[in-house]
Structure formats: C-alpha cells, structure tokens
Design a protein around this ligand. Sequence first.
Ligand SMILES: Cc1cc2nc3c(=O)[nH]c(=O)nc-3n(C[C@H](O)[C@H](O)[C@H](O)COP(=O)(O)O)c2cc1C
Length: 488
Amino acid sequence: MDVVKRKNRYGKLIIFALMALFIFGQYAPVQAANKTGNPITLNRTVYTLKKGKSIKLKATLDKAARIPSGTKKQAVIWKSSNSKVASVSGNGKVTAKKNGKTTITARIKGTKIKASSRITVGTPVSKIKLSGETVSLKTGEEFALKTTISPKKASVKKLTYESSSPEVAAVSKKGVVRAVSSGTAIIRVTAADGSGKKASCTVTVTEDTVPTIVPVSSVVLNKTQLNLKQGGEKQLVATVGPSDAANKSVKWESSNQAVAEVSDNGTVKAVAEGTAVITASAHNNVHASCTVTVESVSGQPEEPDGSEKTLVVYFGTPVQERSGQVDGISSASRTAEGETYQGNTEYIAEMISRETGADLFEIVPETAYADVYETVRDLAQQEQQQNARPAIKNEIQNFSQYDTVYVGYPIWWSDMPQILYTFFDTYDFSGKNIIPFSTHGGSGLSGTVERIKNLEPQAVVYQGLAIRRTDVLNSDSRVKSWIQNREM
Ligand SMILES: Cc1cc2nc3c(=O)[nH]c(=O)nc-3n(C[C@H](O)[C@H](O)[C@H](O)COP(=O)(O)O)c2cc1C
C-alpha cells in the first residue's frame, strides 16, 4: 500500500513539475517580449498576386519569444481566412486560387500571438507613372499630382504619398502638394497593394514674388449698385489690379446718358428716373460695372454721402501649445504682451480696427473650443472632414450698414475654421468689399481668399494679408501699409 501511495505521489509531483515547466517555458518569455512589440512579424503585411502564383511568407520570431520547448525551431501555425482564395502550407507558402481577398495568419504554436498578411488574389500594380518628374511651385500654391496606374485592371488602386520635407512641400492623402516654404522636396508615391511599385517627383518651391511685367487683370468698382435721386451725384471708384499694372487708366461709360451721366473721374450724375449701367474699362477691356437706379425727386431719398462704414470680424481660439503651458511668442496661438494673452487673430483684428476706426466683431461659437491644442486640433480636423457648420452664438447688428468687412481667421488644417463657413452662409455680402486676413504657422492664406470668392460671388474680395504667428507682435508696419495699399 505504502509503495503504491508513494509511487502515486511521485507521479503527481512529476506531472506538476512538467506542467510548471511547460507553462513557464511557454509564456514567460512571450510576456516579456510582448512589452516591446509583437514577437512575431511577417516579411509582407500586404501583397497582391495573380491566380495560380505563389509566394513564400517568412515569419520572424523575436528571440525573447522563442520558447524552450525542446524543439530546435519555434513552431508557427499558418492559416488562411479564405482558403478558396488562397491557401497556405505549413511552411508559409501561399498559393493563389481565385480572385478575392484573404488574410494569412501566422501564429506561434501554443499561444494566441500572431501576425497577419492581407493577400489579394488578382492583378498587382506593375507600374506607377507620374505626369511630371519635376514641379515648380510658389509658396502657398497647390498642385494635384496626376498618376497613372498600370495595368488599368490592377486590383488595388490605392496609393500612398510621402514628402521627404513636409516643411517645404506637404502632400495630402489624395496627392495634393502644397508649397509651404522655399526649397526642394521629393514626393514619393507607393502602391498600397504590396507590389512595391513606386514613383517620385521633385518639387521645387520658391518664394511668391510679384511678377515684373504685369498686365491689368482686374477692375473692381467700390459699388455694384447705386441709388441716386434725380439731380444727385456720387463718385464711383475703380480699383485696377494689380497695383503695378503697366496702364491703370480706365474709361467711363454710361449705357443710358438720358438717365445717368458719368465723368472722366467716375462721378455719376443722375439725370432722370430710370436705370443705367456705368462701366469702367481698362485699355485691355477688363471692366466692371455698376447699375445706377435714378429715382424721381419725390421718390426714396438717396443714401447720404459719407455713410461708408467698415467692420472688422474675426475668429480665433487661443490655445496652449502643450497642456498647462502657454507659449506666448514663439509658436503657440497666444500672443503675450505684458501680462495679457490674446489670440493672434484678435491682436491683428484690433490693430486694423484702431487704424481704420472700424467696428469690431468677434465670432463667438455656440460651443466654446477647449484651450488645449491637441483637443482643438482633433476637433477641427473632424469638423473639416464632416464639412460641419458650427453654430455662432452672437449676431452682427444691422449688418447692411457696412460697405467693407475685414474678415480674420487662423488657418486650421490648411483652411478657414469651419465656423467661418457658417459665418459666410449667415450674412449676405452682395455688393460689399471683403478684405481677408489670416494668422498661421506657415501656410499663409492657404487658398482661403479663392474659397471666399466662391462663397461670395457678389462681393468684391480683396487680396488677403497673412501674418505668421511668430511675426504677430512685430507686424504693425506691415498691417498699416497693407491697409493703405490693399489691392483686389
Ligand atoms: C486646430 C489647428 C490647426 C492648425 N492648422 C494649421 C495649418 O494647417 N497651417 C498653419 O500654418 N497653421 C496652422 N495652425 C496654427 C494657427 O493657424 C496659428 O497658430 C494661428 O495664429 C492661431 O490664431 P489664433 O490665436 O487667433 O487662434 C493650426 C492651429 C490649430 C489650433
């Protein structure tokens, strides 16, 4: 009896010891390896191959993950999620059977630790062609890369884009290159199907300078509609752009002299009741016009002279660069002057308002933005992706009284914050002058002036002013000279 019992006890001890060895040997090193990353990796995480072809996948095991299981080689279990599309053998050889997609998984035997490879059975990309090998851009310009994928029937057409120097030329997920600062950058395009096919182009960015020979490109009148009482007068002002155009003279004409006459300096005289179109034309026939409605003396009174009013509208949300830390001058969006912290855009807006005597209006969001950079950054991106229209809490009183509106905003993700779109949706700018300005971290106006023109086709939109956030505190003379010499 004793002998039998002892035998049983030894048996149990041996089994326990073996189990402990097995469990320890199996998991301890794996857990250690898990802290540093996946202990198993595959030489390809994505691949496309033709029906009938095969490829050998190679699994690499982290040394720390090797289990002293007695065998020389660590065992890997291979599996295909859809073996009708592609099967996988015990040593990682994948054989493509029919068009479709499958995921091949390599698992460390006896564990749940695995790595996988997305396999497409179909037509791999054989070549990517870019329309040009070199592109020259001026700062602030954008350029959409044109790519041709061969063959046309390639199964996975997705491409990824990468810039060697995003501070010179940034590239979006869709391949739109934005020139940020002068220099050279290489944009690499890679097929996302695992074929390894690539193409690249060199982008040379130069500072945007004013061209030397400048023809007249625009004529804009300060009014596109004018109501006058019979016998009344009003001078129209034509601005010919750009400012250094070779010949800036304009010729004034009235479509109906019996209703309104116009002098060589643009002064309109109301002759009799009716409507006339006054046109100012540059020598190359670039022109602009204003519809004049003349009312008889008993009609509505004319808008009094000297009633032109200007408004400065701005939006900004001073954020902290890093949580709990305000970086006032160098890079964050707060501007430090003495003890007070202000938004960069607000600082410029106040300067314009002081300089022009204009009223000031801050766009206040219904839901305030956090003042932590990371939070605003993520929310702003989400709003842009959803083309959101965040609600505005406050309202401009008697908006129609303003002829000229300065509109200021920070650049967020290469565009205006979405709340500016709400703003332009809300107010009617027909016949008004819009003068945009931005503060930014390097993107300039980032195409926003063109977007405002599209949003407000009935308005006269001037060239904007962009102030880099690090220049805000030293921008007084630039802002003042821009106010004096602004152009359309
Ligand atoms: C959400 C977010 C996105 C931004 N995106 C850009 C950008 O795409 N390009 C750029 O030059 N600066 C970008 N900036 C920097 C701001 O345009 C810059 O700091 C601006 O002066 C902030 O003005 P504010 O203090 O009036 O808000 C971004 C800032 C934030 C908070």
